[in-house]
Write a protein that binds this ligand. Structure first.
Ligand code: DAH
Length: 348
């Protein structure tokens, strides 16, 4: 009996010193091994329990208590060790993986409407406010609409005003439209006056590309045909537009020019937005920058769409969207619009 008591006592001492030696993170497995060694089905405690049969019955309760307290103390110590190791593992992880909460966050880039589309929208909304509606037409166009019906006959030198991409080399009959003006013809063919439209759209020129010329760009065409439309209406609308776009203090000037489809024709200059007319590189020291072409629709054009020029009159205009955006935002290279460099695009 004393033998057994001593055996339990020394087993306990051994078990606890075993547990106490487990203090390395890597020893989680060892901890488990000890649990099995002492508490497992074939463990030390079990084997003592087996021997209980040969113990004098009156001593059994004492031995039972000793074994039970061994079990519960061992269990508690084991749990404590496990928790200690778990916490240490956590500490170690936190020590390695630290976060500087004072660091600024990573900014997310948000998508934006392209600056040309923004400018198109703005131009459209000014003209919509004046009663214009939006029309469109094909970018691949017949030379009839792009030229003939706009009073630019075949082999006429006026065609040289537009460097043209031809789609069919054989006949030269199909082109990438060089301007939005063909939509004037397409619209008048279908509708009777009053016609009051704008045509925002892409156009193409077979041109050497540099800082101020591109082969692909945008125009907004305008057309108003009705009874008694005069050059005064044209001046009023385009002056209003220019001031809405560039500011109230702007000067607007109509300079005589030539287009085959308008007579008389004019180009509109505004006082230079960079130097307010004092003279700078952008306005080539003239104080003025050109923003659009316009004029009264030539009666020759009405013949192509069966409008009676004795009854109707009208004006038309065409402006370059890139040019307007460049002046407005002080952009010095037209190629930037198509480069799709986000460092450029995200500024607008
Ligand atoms: N279509 C011309 C061009 O691309 C611009 C233009 C000038 C349009 C006068 C018009 C106009 O409607 O009346 O150069």
């Amino acid at each position: 009996m004393d033998d057994l008591k001593n055996k339990i006592k020394s087993l306990k001492e051994e078990a606890f010193s075993d547990l106490n030696r487990v203090d390395q993170l890597s020893q989680l497995k060892e901890l488990d091994r000890l649990r099995i060694k002492y508490m497992g089905r074939k463990g030390a405690i079990q084997s003592i329990m087996k021997g209980l049969k040969s113990v004098d019955p009156k001593d059994r309760p004492l031995i039972g208590r000793l074994v039970n307290s061994f079990k519960s103390e061992f269990g508690a110590k084991y749990e404590e060790k496990r928790e200690e190791l778990r916490q240490r593992a956590e500490q170690e992880r936190l020590g390695k993986e630290w976060i500087d909460v004072t660091l600024p966050g990573v900014r997310q880039r948000s998508g934006k409407i392209h600056i040309i589309q923004q400018t198109l929208d703005e131009i459209s909304s000014i003209f919509k406010g004046l009663g214009f509606s939006v029309a469109d037409g094909p970018e691949i166009e017949s030379d009839y609409y792009n030229f003939d019906a706009l009073n630019i006959p075949k082999d006429h030198p006026a065609r040289d005003m537009w460097d043209t991409f031809y789609i069919d080399d054989q006949t030269d009959r199909t082109v990438l439209r060089t301007h939005t003006s063909p939509v004037q013809i397409r619209t008048m063919e279908r509708r009777q006056p009053p016609v009051r439209i704008i045509v925002p759209g892409r156009v193409y020129r077979n041109e050497a590309i540099d800082a101020s010329h591109h082969a692909v760009f945008y125009q907004v065409e305008g057309l108003y045909v009705d009874n008694n439309v005069t050059f005064r209406d044209l001046k009023g609308v385009l002056s209003y537009f220019s001031r809405q776009m560039f500011g109230d203090n702007l000067l607007v000037r109509f300079r005589p020019s030539f287009f085959p489809f308008t007579e008389p024709s004019a180009e509109v200059d505004i006082s230079c937005v960079m130097c307010s007319g004092k003279g700078c590189a952008v306005c080539k020291y003239t104080g003025w920058v050109e923003i659009l072409g316009c004029g009264m629709v030539d009666p020759a054009v009405y013949r192509y769409v069966n409008y009676d020029p004795e009854i109707y009159s009208g004006y038309a205009f065409g402006l370059g969207v890139e040019r307007i955006a460049m002046l407005r935002y002080q952009i010095n290279d037209i190629r930037l619009f198509l480069d799709n460099d986000v460092r450029f695009l995200e500024q607008f």
